[in-house]
Design a protein around this ligand. Structure first.
Ligand code: C5P
Length: 310
């Protein structure tokens, strides 16, 4: 049952079909060119007004912490523990929005996670974007889209992407905040695998040498819209993959196994550690997930492009 005055929001995951670094910026970030697509794997967040001005974050893994612990094995404790205080991006989002609205209203943020953390799937960023929208709603505040975008960009490079409710995908440039939304077919079947280890975004970027290649993003957009997986697989790329494999050598083995079972364009998403590949159709994707699970990759699932709910 939901508490009075509470708001529920959905926070989808993303996959990076393309990611190229164009050079280091004076602010220490990298100038990048990336194609992100939102997929139907969601965290669910309940935003409940409190009687005091505190912001509190409570996270719970869905369907249960015990199931995830079983799937993740030895590394579970480290992977499942998420910050409940100001270092949680969802907390920062609530604080930023209420400050923007000149409010002292306290909130309980109950986050039910299904997006693995430290996976390059944008879980924390998506939670933050959903909290920005949800808190604005709870405060009855009308916030202009440009202001929403600026607040999101203050929280993290990937956060503005999750405010895009027009198309499932976007080309992102700059730090990741300059967005050009693009369509994507809902009948693309991604198979995603999270190996039981997270990677630090900052560390992967630090280890990565940028040597920009030429992007064919016009072609990629066309294939994405048509759902042409063969075309997509020929263009998809992630510059961070080599650095991530250097930090976590088992990733190369995982990608090889994904290719062996017939997935195309297998690569890392974002700074990892999750990897994904393209299946030919729904049944192929489901069979691939079963095969990967049988090989010991317990967190494996099918995902399709979706439009983020406004
Ligand atoms: O913006 P966000 O906090 O998500 O970035 C996490 C880290 O990833 C940054 O501290 C930086 O090391 C790296 N990063 C980068 N260039 C980007 C985005 C992220 O170097 N465009």
């Amino acid at each position: 049952m939901s508490e009075p005055g509470s708001i529920r929001v959905f926070a989808p995951a993303k996959l990076n079909l393309f990611l190229e670094l164009l050079g280091k910026r004076p602010d220490g970030y990298h100038e990048l060119e990336t194609v992100m697509v939102a997929v139907n794997r969601y965290d669910r967040i309940q935003i409940i007004p409190r009687d005091d001005p505190q912001i509190r974050v409570m996270t719970r893994w869905h369907p249960s912490n015990a199931v995830w612990r079983q799937h993740l094995g030895q590394s579970a404790s480290k992977l499942l523990e998420l910050p409940s205080g100001p270092s949680n991006l969802a907390y920062q989002a609530a604080q930023l929005m209420r400050r923007h609205c000149q409010s002292q209203q306290g909130f309980e943020l109950k986050i039910e996670k299904t997006i693995p953390a430290g996976a390059g799937m944008g879980g924390a960023s998506s939670d933050a974007a959903a909290v920005l929208r949800g808190v604005a709603g709870a405060l009855n505040a009308k916030v202009a889209p440009e202001t929403m975008h600026d607040l999101a960009a203050q929280l993290g490079s990937d956060v503005p992407f999750f405010l895009n409710t027009r198309y499932p995908a976007a080309i992102a440039r700059g730090r990741g905040e300059r967005l050009q939304p693009i369509p994507a077919s809902a009948s693309i079947f991604f198979v995603v695998v999270f190996p039981p280890r997270s990677l630090s975004t900052a560390e992967v970027y630090r280890k990565c040498l940028d040597c920009p290649g030429s992007a064919r993003l016009g072609m990629l957009s066309t294939f994405l819209k048509k759902g042409d997986t063969r075309g997509l697989a020929g263009i998809m790329f992630n510059r961070l993959q080599q650095a991530a494999c250097g930090l976590f050598p088992e990733l190369a083995g995982l990608l090889r196994q994904m290719e062996q079972i017939g997935l195309a364009g297998c690569q890392l998403t974002g700074s990892g550690s999750a990897c994904f590949g393209l299946a030919q159709h729904r049944w192929h994707a489901q069979r691939a997930v079963a095969q990967l699970k049988a090989r010991g990759f317990r967190v494996a699932f099918v995902a399709n492009p979706i439009v983020i709910a406004a």
